[in-house]
Design a protein. Structure first.
Length: 270
């Protein structure tokens, strides 16, 4: 199938949501890694995120060369507590990565306000919230410097495997560099300016996503939040995972730990 199919899909998303760019990628984890990688993060750099999420969120931070700093969640929404973010910021903080879980949208107005104050990049993990909107009516994943999406088979839009990166207009990220990283770091054919990888989404899968967005948005939105804490997501905060424990990556998030324990023990109540 010709590469133009990918271009058609990306242009459709870009125009429909009024973005600077849309980059179709092979999965949601790749979508997280590429924008972080584009920031040229150093070992002492920190990215603030939630520990109550799928581990790919914080793994992407580690893979990009930085340290995840965990901020506790709001006990009502189970999303990152925006009122606790500022106290976690240090001179090494470079970005904030909120996660829109279960189709719920983080308080992006407050998060963007904090990011502007401290000159931080904001990358939204929107793997579970394509089509969700905030109180202002704008779409999750399109409210900051970048939004990352997953098209995995359990998501409300699915190509079995896949994802995309949405970069809104006015982003502090270099969209051209992010796109290049997704294509082996190429800027022009066989001219590799950056360290990159093959994160491209296969054309038949681009076609699947394109048709779903064109024809099935009502159904996509109807499936938001179908898989939540009552379905076992998530029984542990990420810093309780063996890999993190073994490398001394810790956190102090009692609310998230309590919620995760109740899910693990089957006592969580919505």
């Amino acid at each position: 199938m010709p590469a133009i199919i990918r271009n058609i899909f990306e242009e459709y998303v870009k125009e429909r949501f009024d973005l600077e760019d849309c980059i179709a990628v092979n999965n949601g984890t790749s979508a997280l890694i590429a924008p972080l990688w584009s920031m040229d993060l150093q070992p002492d750099d920190e990215v603030i995120t939630t520990p109550f999420t799928f581990i790919a969120t914080s793994n992407a931070i580690l893979i990009a060369g930085a340290k995840p700093v965990f901020v506790d969640i709001n006990p009502e929404t189970l999303l990152i507590d925006e009122n606790k973010i500022e106290q976690a910021i240090t001179e090494n903080t470079k970005a904030i990565m909120p996660v829109h879980l279960y189709g719920r949208v983080c308080n992006m107005e407050k998060i963007n306000e904090i990011a502007k104050k401290y000159d931080l990049v904001v990358i939204e993990d929107t793997a579970q919230a394509f089509g969700a909107t905030c109180h202002c009516g704008k779409f999750a994943g399109m409210l900051s410097d970048a939004g990352t999406f997953s098209f995995y088979k359990t998501k409300n839009i699915s190509t079995f495997e896949g994802g995309m990166i949405c970069i809104p207009k006015g982003s502090r990220l270099d969209s051209g560099k992010v796109r290049s990283i997704c294509d082996q770091g190429q800027v022009g054919r066989y001219n590799h300016e950056y360290l990159g990888f093959n994160f491209r989404l296969a054309e038949p899968l681009c076609l699947m996503a394109y048709e779903q967005m064109k024809l099935h948005m009502k159904g996509i939105k109807a499936e938001l939040g179908l898989r939540g804490p009552s379905a076992g997501h998530y029984p542990n905060v990420v810093y309780e995972q063996p890999y993190y424990i073994g490398r001394g990556i810790t956190g102090n998030c009692p609310v998230a730990e309590k919620v995760a324990k109740s899910i693990r023990e089957g006592t969580y109540e919505e």
